[in-house]
Design a protein around this ligand. Structure first.
Ligand code: 7RM
Length: 654
């Protein structure tokens, strides 16, 4: 093996272990080639193997990137909740579907597939009693409790389109999303618990609903029992409604292309995009990637540490594992509560076989010392995954050695909210690993590297440019809610005939892909995707601010961190504490995860003659690479650069 290459772990191929579904590179290559040459036969077979249909499909794939009308399994009908629950409940009712690991250790709730069926049916009937119908949107704003999963599946059962909003979002951000999708029902909880602290979830919903007139009902789940404000004729208790409901609700037969959910994500402008996913294509590949990318078998225990408010939680806590009928873990707390051994303790306690988290959590835990990992039995682990941002090789090595104990496959999985499921990743039993590389494409994915300027496809090995995908795949987003033009412009009209990811990447001599960072105005803080424009518009909403420019600076812990440059309105003087106030202002406007690391109140920012802020230059200044700024002759105000360098230097010392 070449240096820096890790072969498929012996342990996965040993007797007495589950044999990997794909156990050699040749087999992967043959299947991938088949999936690209004959996608229709390949995915028709997969869709029949992995999903149960109430009506068979005839047309496997239709439409193109150019027309933006992609569809899969067109005449087919199915129900996602039936696929995730009923069929498993009939086969093995007593198998555990969901393990809830509460905020406090040992606060565990387990639900079998049979219990899950009843919980979801009851709730589905409650939704029906509110007159929620097929195609209606439902906002779910909840902590990481089982009822949040029930809510998603109850929507799916009756054909309502859920939109889960991450419970770290502020009232304002929640309001924007409620307004955009015109929902009539919000499902929430009295309070959340995280890291031993309470979060005023219902209070935030009440604030968000100020000025909204579409919402008729707020269904409130009791998590802590805290006293909450109550709006008569609007608010109802989950636990009271559930008691009135019948524990069976027939699943609604949905067309393959009916929307399953909307999930808002950040783009390069201020307004978030409502990424919409289909029922069949999405569910198929969520399941297929759990099976093949994680090599997950029937008796495995799958633990994805993401939040259900992000796509990773949708695909790898809820839909993927449950569609396969395995046991999934829902984790309410943080990696460091009550101490930095929490993840490892959970793996030991629940005999977890598959563990999936983000590099930022691993970096933080690695800094806190190996002793937290060492005292736990991690021998049940077979595959450990990473997602959300590039994983630096040092963190990869640590994960591989200390967590995987040099016996497990590490899958560095590259994908996006829009791709629905993993698109580039090693397969545990087949693909040798290289730390820092997401390696090779999943079935049906034809990645291409394009020249960013000409759009020309760069063939062969050792090329770099922007990453695009050449052909439709089943779990790709179908539209942006109520904004199909933006969907076309963002993904398909940038490089005609390709899906544009927004990421830079290179392909090495072995055909492995290395993902760089975003090439657009999207930044990634601890695996959370944020738009610079969204933060800028929050800043300029402050009474003192005139103009703002936000960039992602390099950060050893969080990957990137938010740095904001802010000019003041004429006549407004900078006062002591203003920078702090602006930081808190953004935090309040978007949510704690969007808190800027620094706000610099400045006189001016570098601009082109046409008035465009040169963020590239700000980035160099923040990253201490001012010597690499290069030619500034096209700037309208080149002198500001030296001023900023001086100003930031004093900041950093202070
Ligand atoms: C799943 C998710 C998507 C963006 C994407 C990339 C970055 C995700 C990796 C990665 C390098 C990875 N969805 N990204 N995974 N970069 N290696 N394995 O994170 O929509 O929230 O973000 O995240 O920039 O475009 S997301």
């Amino acid at each position: 093996m070449a240096e820096g290459v890790y072969p498929v772990p012996e342990r996965l191929l040993q007797d007495g272990q589950e044999k990997p579904f794909i156990d050699s590179l040749e087999k992967y290559k043959a299947m991938w080639t088949e999936s690209i040459k004959h996608p229709e036969t390949f995915f028709a077979k997969l869709a029949k193997d992995l999903l149960s249909w109430s009506m068979p499909f005839e047309t496997v794939q239709n439409g193109s990137f150019v027309d933006g009308n992609v569809g899969w399994f067109l005449e087919g009908e199915l129900n996602a909740a039936y696929n995730c629950i009923d069929r498993h409940a009939f086969q093995h009712p007593d198998k555990v579907a969901l393990i809830h690991e509460g905020d406090e250790p040992d606060n565990v709730r387990k639900f079998t597939y049979d219990q899950l069926l009843r919980e979801v049916c009851r709730l589905a009937n409650v939704l029906r009693s509110f007159d929620v119908r097929k195609g209606d949107t439902v906002i779910i704003y909840m902590p990481m409790i089982p009822e949040a999963v029930f809510a998603m599946l109850a929507c799916a059962r009756i054909g309502a389109i859920h939109s889960v909003v991450f419970a770290g979002f502020s009232a304002e951000s929640l309001r924007d999303r409620i307004r955009d999708c015109g929902t009539r029902l919000v499902i929430t909880a009295d309070e959340g618990r995280r890291g031993g602290r309470s979060i005023a979830t219902k209070f935030i919903v009440d604030e968000a609903l100020q000025g909204i007139d579409t919402v008729e009902r707020v269904l409130v789940c009791r998590r802590t029992g805290a006293e909450v404000n109550w709006v008569q004729n609007r608010d109802v208790w989950y636990h009271e409604e559930i008691l009135k409901a019948r524990p069976y609700c027939p699943p609604m037969s949905m067309n393959a292309e009916d929307p399953l959910f909307i999930l808002y994500t950040s783009g390069s402008t201020g307004t978030p995009k409502g990424v919409m996913h289909s029922t069949a294509g999405y569910l198929l590949e969520a399941a297929a990637t759990v099976k093949y990318v994680f090599d997950c078998h029937d008796e495995d225990i799958f633990a994805c540490m993401a939040d259900i408010g992000w796509i990773t939680g949708h695909s790898y806590i809820v839909y993927g594992p449950l569609a396969l009928g395995v046991t999934t873990v829902l984790f309410e707390s943080t990696p460091t509560y009550p101490d930095p051994s929490r993840f490892w303790r959970i793996i030991d306690q629940h005999k977890i076989t598959h563990f999936y988290t983000a590099p930022t959590a691993l970096r933080a835990l690695r800094r806190l010392g190996d002793e937290w990992v060492q005292k736990w039995d991690l021998s049940t682990l077979r595959v450990i995954g990473s997602v959300g941002e590039p994983i630096n090789p040092e963190t990869w090595e640590w994960y591989y050695q200390k967590v995987g104990q040099s016996r497990c496959a590490v899958v560095d999985t590259y994908w996006q909210t829009e791709t629905g499921s993993i698109v580039i990743s090693p397969l545990p039993g087949a693909v040798a690993m290289k730390p820092g590389s997401a390696t090779v494409p999943f079935f049906g994915i034809e990645p291409v590297i394009l020249d960013p300027h000409t759009g020309e496809r760069l063939e062969g090995d050792s090329v770099s440019g922007v990453l695009a995908i050449a052909k439709p795949w089943p779990s790709m987003a179908r539209t942006l809610y109520n904004n199909h033009q933006r969907y076309m412009d963002t993904y398909f009209n940038v490089y005609r005939g390709y899906y544009f990811t927004g990421d830079g990447a290179s392909r090495d001599k072995d055909g492995y892909y290395w993902i760089g960072g975003r090439v657009d105005d999207v930044i990634n803080v601890s695996g959370h995707r944020l738009s610079t424009a969204e933060i800028e518009s929050a800043l300029v909403a402050h009474e003192a601010a005139s103009e703002a420019a936000v960039i992602g600076g390099h950060d050893d812990l969080t990957g990137q961190s938010i740095h904001a440059f802010c000019t003041l309105k004429p006549g407004v003087e900078s006062v002591e504490g203003l920078e702090k106030e602006l930081i808190l202002h953004v935090r309040r406007a978007i949510g704690p995860f969007a808190t800027p690391k620094r706000v610099y109140v400045v006189h001016d920012v570098p601009k082109t003659r046409s008035g465009k802020i040169m963020r590239r230059i700000l980035r160099k200044i923040v990253d201490n690479e001012a010597d690499q700024i290069g030619d500034t002759s096209t700037l309208a105000n080149p002198h500001v650069i030296q001023d900023l360098i001086k100003q930031l230097k004093t900041h950093i010392v202070a």
